[in-house]
Design a protein around this ligand. Structure first.
Ligand SMILES: [Zn+2]
Length: 81
């Protein structure tokens, strides 16, 4: 039985995309969008957010964790409750 579980874990590890595993942590790997401009401090849930329309640069995607690490805060339009 133990061997079966081990095999199953191995299978799951193989299925998971390699690039995502290292970036993802306990908080998950949600992808967010930020404006590439120097004054942008918000990350967005959607690339098509109104807040990104004003961005003169093209939006780039990153994990939400990375956005937080880089000092970005959640867009109030995308993340209103
Ligand atoms: Zn937004």
């Amino acid at each position: 039985m133990k061997r079966v579980i081990g095999l199953l874990v191995l299978l799951l590890v193989c299925i998971a995309p390699a690039g995502e595993v290292s970036a993802a942590s306990a908080s998950g790997s949600e992808t967010v969008w930020v404006c590439g401009g120097p004054n942008s401090k918000r990350y967005h849930k959607s690339k098509n957010c109104k807040g990104l329309k004003r961005c003169s640069k093209s939006p780039k995607s990153m994990s939400r964790e990375d956005a937080n690490k880089n000092g970005y805060t959640a867009c109030k339009i995308c993340y209103r409750h």
